[in-house]
Write a protein of this length. Structure first.
Length: 209
């Protein structure tokens, strides 16, 4: 089984809770799986925009490309290949300013591709990778699971919606929240969440490709 771990927090594990979640997951996942890590903060990933569209057009017509166009084409192909080769995709990321880190947004922009991860039909868009499984590891200092705050949460909700759009329904979520609100309770909140991270990692041992 191929597991892709998309790491989207460049804070050290001692400071970033989702970074600690990633660290614990990697320590617990076992060695009998084919595991690849895609660190969006370490990859060369130009922002998605006109350069990407120009690069795609020039590539199709075998025209010379600028350095930026070649960079973004190479970067997007690397992200897409990693995503498509994976049986399980693990996203480890924080909620920053009520949404996902910009580098993770770029990764998603790269894999959001008509004809590859979804297609348009007369009945509407259809996801093309329903066989994949996804695990979401997310940390947020506030509490966004209440009915009042849920509409403001645009990180897990966004990633889940994109994966659903790709046809993926098998999505597990491990969320640690509220640790910034009560410093006294924070250690217990984080420890309980990390135990759930360990369980998520151990659950992969029973999945057959």
């Amino acid at each position: 089984m191929n597991v892709l771990v998309v790491k989207a927090n460049n804070r050290p594990a001692s400071e970033g809770v989702s970074s600690k979640m990633h660290e614990v997951f990697m320590n617990e996942i076992g060695t009998d799986l084919d595991i690849k890590t895609f660190d969006v903060f370490k990859e060369d990933m130009p922002y998605f925009g006109q350069d990407f569209f120009d690069a795609m057009q020039k590539s199709a017509q075998a025209e010379p490309m600028s350095e930026t166009e070649q960079r973004i084409l190479t970067a997007s192909a690397k992200a897409m290949d990693a995503f498509m080769e994976a049986d399980v995709v693990v996203f480890a990321f924080p909620l920053w300013n009520m949404t996902i880190p910009a580098a993770l947004q770029t990764f998603i922009d790269y894999i959001y591709r008509a004809g590859v991860t979804f297609k348009y039909t007369e009945e509407g868009p259809v996801g093309l990778v329903p066989e994949k499984k996804v695990i979401i590891l997310n940390a947020r200092g506030g509490v966004y699971s209440t009915p009042e705050m849920a509409p403001a949460e645009m990180s897990v909700t966004y990633v889940r919606n994109i994966m659903n759009f790709f046809g993926i329904q098998d999505i597990k979520e491990v969320i640690i929240e509220g640790h910034a609100l009560d410093p006294n309770a924070a250690p217990a909140i984080i420890e309980e969440g990390l135990e759930r991270v360990k369980q998520a990692a151990h659950s992969l041992q029973g999945i057959k490709a």
